[in-house]
Design a protein around this ligand. Structure first.
Ligand SMILES: NC(=O)c1ccc[n+]([C@@H]2O[C@H](COP(=O)([O-])OP(=O)(O)OC[C@H]3O[C@@H](n4cnc5c(N)ncnc54)[C@H](OP(=O)(O)O)[C@@H]3O)[C@@H](O)[C@H]2O)c1
Length: 405
C-alpha cells in the first residue's frame, strides 16, 4: 500500500483520498484537498450527493476528481476520511477488508444529547471504529473544527495558527494527517494515542456547547497556541513543588516551551535526484553544509529505528533516530535524541513534493520543547542553521553533486 501516488502517474507527494460519506464535512474537506492537488473520490450512499460534491470540487481541483459509492471510494483511496457517524464500516461500505492497512481518518462526533447535557464517555467513536476495522489505521482528527472554519482562506488559517489535534496509534497515519492538515493551512498537534480520541471527542462536545449555548458562534475554536514565556515569570514566586503534584505533573510543568518551526523552498531538480541524497539517513554529511561527519550507530540508514551520530562544524555532536521513511512517497521523519541544545521531545518531518518534472518543493517542519535559555533564539537557530541551511545544501548538491567531506 502506498500513501502517495507512485510513478508512472508521477504526481509524487500527493495522495489518493477516498471520502466515505459525502455530507457537509466530506464535501468541504474533499474539495479543499482536491484544490491542493490531491486526487479525491467522493463516496456516498446517495449518488447525487457525491456527484454534487465532485462538481463543486472540480471547479477548484488541479487533479482528477471522481464520485461513486462508498465502496468505490474506499477502494480508490490510499487515505480515507470517514464521515459517517457511529456506523460500522461493514454497513457503510459493505466490506471491511478494503480498509486494511490504510489510514482511516475519523472526524465524527457523538450526537448532541437533548439539552446539550453531554456526558464524558468511557470510550470513543474512533476506538469503536478501530475495533470494527482492526486492520485499518484509525486516526482521530479534524473533529474539533466546525465546517465553517474550512471555508476560511488557507493564508488566514495559517496566520491564526489553527490546530488540528491528532490521536492515533499509527505513525504513518499520523504523518498522513499532518501532511493533509498542513495542506489546509492548519497546524497539526500530536494528541497522543488513539485512546485520547475520548478527549478530542469531549473537546468537540465543549466546542459545540460554546457554539450553541454561550454565544461565540461557529468560528470559536479550541486551538493550541504556542505562547512565549513571561519575562518576569517569578513575580509571584513561580511554580513550586506542591503536595498535589506526583512525578507525572512535575514532568508536565518542566517540559518547557513547545516550539514549531517550518522552512520550505523550491529546488530546480527532479524529486528523484533530491531523494537520492536523503534516501539513506546516514548520507547527510554529503549534502548538509553544517555536518562534517555522520556515523551509523544502529540500523542501515534506510529502516525506521536507525540511529546516526553527527559531528557539526563547531564540534558539537548530535544523535538522531529515524522514525519513519517512505521512498515511494518521499518523506522521512526523525527525532533528535541527544544534543547539547536545550531541547527535548524533538520531531522533524521532511517532505519532497514534485511540482513538475524538473522542480520540487521541500518542506521541513520541526517541533520540540525548549528546556531553557532563550526559546526564540533556539527556534531561529534551528530554522536558519539546520533547516534553511539544509535546503540550501540540497539545492547545491542537486545542481553540483555531493559536497566535499
Ligand atoms: N458539520 C460540522 O461542522 C462538523 C465538524 C466536525 C465534525 N463533524 C462530524 O462529522 C460527521 C459528519 O458530519 P457532517 O456535518 O458532514 O454531516 P452530514 O452533512 O449530515 O453528512 C453525514 C453523512 O453521513 C451519511 N450517512 C448517514 N447515515 C448513513 C448510513 N446509515 N449509511 C451510510 N451513510 C450514512 C450521509 O449520507 P446521506 O447524505 O445519504 O444522508 C452523509 O453523507 C459527524 O459525525 C459530525 O459530528 C461535523
Amino acid at each position: 500500500m502506498s500513501l502517495w501516488i507512485s510513478p508512472p502517474n508521477a504526481r509524487i507527494g500527493l495522495m489518493k483520498i477516498g471520502i466515505i460519506g459525502t455530507g457537509n464535512m466530506g464535501r468541504t474537506l474533499g474539495g479543499l484537498w482536491a484544490a491542493a492537488g490531491h486526487e479525491v473520490f467522493f463516496g456516498g450512499r446517495r449518488p447525487e450527493a457525491a456527484g454534487e460534491a465532485a462538481v463543486l470540487a472540480r471547479a477548484h481541483a488541479t487533479a482528477e476528481v471522481r464520485n461513486g459509492t462508498n465502496h468505490e471510494a474506499a477502494s480508490f483511496g490510499d487515505v480515507l476520511l470517514y464521515c459517517v457517524r457511529g456506523i460500522d464500516p461493514a454497513d457503510a461500505i459493505g466490506d471491511r477488508d478494503v480498509l486494511n492497512g490504510k489510514p482511516l481518518i475519523d472526524l465524527n462526533n457523538r450526537a448532541i444529547p437533548s439539552g446539550f447535557q453531554f456526558e464524558v464517555s468511557p470510550s470513543s467513536l474512533a476506538e469503536t471504529l478501530q475495533t470494527q476495522a482492526p486492520n485499518a489505521k484509525v486516526a482521530k482528527a479534524f473533529n474539533m473544527l466546525p465546517q465553517e472554519v474550512f471555508e476560511i482562506e488557507r493564508a488566514e488559517l495559517q496566520d491564526k495558527h489553527v490546530s488540528v489535534l491528532i490521536a492515533t496509534d499509527h505513525q504513518d497515519a499520523r504523518i498522513a494527517v499532518e501532511i493533509l492538515a498542513h495542506d489546509l493551512g492548519l497546524n497539526p498537534v500530536n494528541a497522543g494515542p488513539l485512546r485520547n480520541a475520548r478527549l478530542l471527542e469531549s473537546a468537540a462536545d465543549l466546542v459545540r456547547y460554546l457554539i450553541a449555548r454561550t454565544g461565540p458562534g461557529p468560528l470559536a475554536i479550541l486551538s493550541v497556541p504556542l505562547l512565549t514565556s513571561a519575562t518576569g515569570s517569578s513575580r509571584f514566586g513561580g511554580r513550586r513543588p506542591s503536595e498535589l503534584d506526583g512525578p507525572e505533573p512535575q514532568r508536565i510543568f518542566s517540559v518547557g516551551q513547545h516550539l514549531r518551526v517550518e522552512s520550505s523552498g523550491q529546488i530546480d531538480a527532479p524529486v528523484d535526484v533530491l531523494w537520492s541524497f536523503v534516501s539513506n539517513f546516514n548520507n547527510i554529511a554529503h549534502w548538509h553544509p553544517d555536518v562534517i561527519a555522520s556515523r551509523l550507530e544502529s540500523g542501515t540508514g534506510t529502516d525506521a529505528g536507525s540511529v546516526r551520530n553527527l559531528r557539526l562544524r563547531n564540534g558539537m555532536c548530535i544523535r538522531e533516530r529515524l522514525l519513519a521513511i517512505s521512498p515511494e512517497n518521499h518523506y522521512y521523519k526523525y527525532s533528535v535524541i541527544e544534543s547539547p541544545l536545550p531541547m527535548r521531545d524533538h520531531e522533524s518531518l521532511v517532505r519532497f513534493t514534485r511540482l513538475n518534472g524538473s522542480r520540487t518543493r521541500v518542506t521541513w517542519i520541526a517541533e520540540f520543547s525548549a528546556t531553557g535559555g532563550d526559546a526564540e533564539a533556539l527556534a531561529n537557530g534551528v530554522k536558519t542553521g539546520v533547516m534553511d541551511l539544509g535546503i540550501e545544501g540540497l539545492t547545491a548538491a542537486a545542481t553540483s553533486g555531493r559536497k566535499e567531506v
